[in-house]
Design a protein around this ligand. Structure first.
Ligand SMILES: [Zn+2]
Length: 264
């Protein structure tokens, strides 16, 4: 910018990556939001950054809605690496182990703690990430109140989508069509996301659990058929998710972390 021009106002003061020190120094943030995605194959029609792009877009919109209600929230840069131990044999699926994620999380929480930002919400967009046990371990060691959200689990998605799918299926494809449609390949190029099931009953029924070997489960890396995805469905679900998360952020922003329970 040349001398004499006015410095533009930060258009999105709730996005740290777009904010300058003067704004940040003057803003008494209550809640930090840490989007956390993954870098992995998403069938033939969605890009590797799908989880990260969705986390960025949805957390920014939730923060905007909360900010407009007076909540001092700030979205941190998205962590683009998820747990992908079941996809190590798929080219450029970039695994970050849970122990590494926990170390990264602990460092960020420490920085927030000493800087006086004492509420953190992890906004997760990848099924292989699970922050609950990390939070259980970290919480007694920090003043920062910690919570995590899996955005794709919010609300009744079955009221909008025919075949949710859990990876590059109808839900995820619809949301990508809404937030980054120019990065979605034509659905005619997509595989059908057919998922092979466990042969052992307990695993198939879900009361026993083991991580899936992705290349043995799906041929196109997707699980769930994206054929019925539309940007309109994506917009409806994104509006549901971001309004619920905005409510959560606004209430959390105003809440005293020592007083979070009430009699039923
Ligand atoms: Zn995904």
């Amino acid at each position: 910018m040349s001398a004499g021009e006015l410095e533009p106002m930060t258009a999105r003061p709730y996005i740290l990556a777009e904010s300058t020190w003067k704004t940040v120094d003057a803003t008494p943030y209550d809640v930090a939001i840490l989007p956390w995605g993954a870098t992995e194959a998403h069938n033939y029609h969605l890009p590797y950054a799908t989880d990260t792009i969705q986390c960025d877009a949805l957390s920014a919109e939730a923060a905007r809605r909360a900010w407009e209600r007076g909540a001092k929230v700030v979205v941190l840069p998205c962590v683009p690496f998820g747990v992908n131990t079941g996809q190590l044999d798929i080219k450029l699926c970039l695994n970050m182990n849970p122990a590494t994620q926990a170390a990264l999380l602990a460092d960020l929480v420490h920085a927030l703690e000493v800087q006086g930002i004492h509420k953190l919400v992890i906004f997760n967009g990848h099924g292989g990430n699970d922050f609950r046990q990390m939070i259980r371990e970290l919480q007694p060691r920090t003043k920062v109140f910690l919570a995590s959200i899996n955005w794709y689990k919010i609300g009744d998605a079955k009221a909008i989508f025919t075949d949710l799918g859990d990876h590059a299926g109808e839900l995820e494809t619809s949301v990508m069509m809404h937030v980054a449609g120019d990065l979605v390949r034509p659905l005619a190029e997509a595989g059908d996301g057919r998922e092979r099931r466990w042969t052992i009953g307990g695993l198939r029924e879900g009361w026993a659990w083991a991580p899936r070997r992705w290349t043995q489960v799906t041929a196109d890396t997707g699980t769930g058929n994206p054929a019925l995805a539309t940007p309109e469905k994506g917009a409806r679900y994104a509006a549901l998710v971001t309004s619920r998360v905005a409510d959560f952020l606004a209430v959390l922003s105003a809440a005293d972390p020592a007083q979070l329970y009430a009699d039923a």
